[in-house]
Design a protein around this ligand. Structure first.
Ligand code: XBP
Ligand code: MG
Length: 253
């Protein structure tokens, strides 16, 4: 077992609960402003999350839920434009402070940085959405905390394919065994485990009952000293929040 050299974070659902009150709302605003009478309810969006990537999700929705939709001549361009509008709405929501970081995230990042731990991001979401979230929650210099931010179309095959994780490992010149990943979803866990990476899962309402076999630990959140986590699977011993000591312990298992 190699030494722990890097933490790799997913963004949506992991750093922040972005999906229900962020991405979903932004999609709906983009539909409305584009004259489309589409509305993704909280429930429907849970189903659509099976498709990773905003552009891919829109295409899937058209194909599966809107058989009546008259395809524009250039469907790719139509989807790209709609998604660009959605991205602008999402950034507005983030700038308004609608999407806070999840419990324990800021504390763990701070401790990791103090120890000189290398950090990276591996996400399916588009890069401007990631940088907007980092800027507004962690400060304008926080992009530089992450040695690699692998986002959106940087790899053609999005999660659950492992490609984005392979990309990060290559860019950091690290082996899978050197890292610990933080994810929130079954798709994310599939991606990281297929790349051979050990993974901690912090679930959210959309992912609580997904299959997380193979995860080192499944938690409701990372916890804080005064707000302990709940362990859904795995063994955290007598720890009540995830700090670097627990990260090292889990990685060494
Ligand atoms: C995140 C996603 C993304 C966001 C939307 O998955 O599936 O598609 O919902 O982002 P993960 P964009 O957390 O597994 O990376 O609209 O920017 O694509
Ligand atoms: Mg996620």
């Amino acid at each position: 077992m190699g030494k722990l050299r890097a933490l790799i974070f997913d963004v949506d659902g992991t750093l922040a609960n972005t999906e229900r009150d962020g991405h979903r709302v932004a999609f709906n605003r983009a539909f409305a402003s584009s004259g489309l009478n589409w509305n993704w309810s909280v429930l429907l969006y849970g189903e659509l999350l099976a498709i990773a990537g905003g552009k891919e999700r829109i295409r899937f929705f058209i194909d599966e839920y809107r058989p009546d939709f008259e395809y524009p001549t250039d469907l790719d361009q139509f989807i790209a434009d709609l998604h660009a509008t959605k991205t602008r709405y999402y950034q507005q929501l983030v700038a308004e402070g609608c999407i806070p970081l999840r419990r324990g995230v800021k504390r763990l990042l701070k401790e990791a940085r103090e120890q000189g731990m290398r950090l990276a991001i591996a996400t399916t979401a588009a890069l401007p959405n990631v940088t907007a979230l980092l800027d507004h929650t962690l400060g304008s210099d926080s992009q530089s905390w992450f040695e690699v931010i692998a986002a959106g179309d940087i790899v053609p095959a999005k999660k659950p394919a492992p490609d984005v994780y392979h990309y990060v490992l290559k860019a950091m010149n690290l082996e899978a065994q050197d890292c610990l990943v933080f994810e929130d979803s079954h798709h994310g866990l599939l991606a990281s485990s297929q790349a051979g990476l050990k993974t901690v899962v912090t679930v959210n309402t959309y992912t609580r009952y997904q299959n997380f076999s193979g995860a080192l630990l499944v938690l409701n959140h990372l916890g804080e000293p005064d707000q302990p986590f709940t362990v859904f699977a795995g063994n955290a011993g007598d720890r009540i929040y995830l700090d670097m000591a627990l990260a090292y312990h889990l990685h060494g298992k």
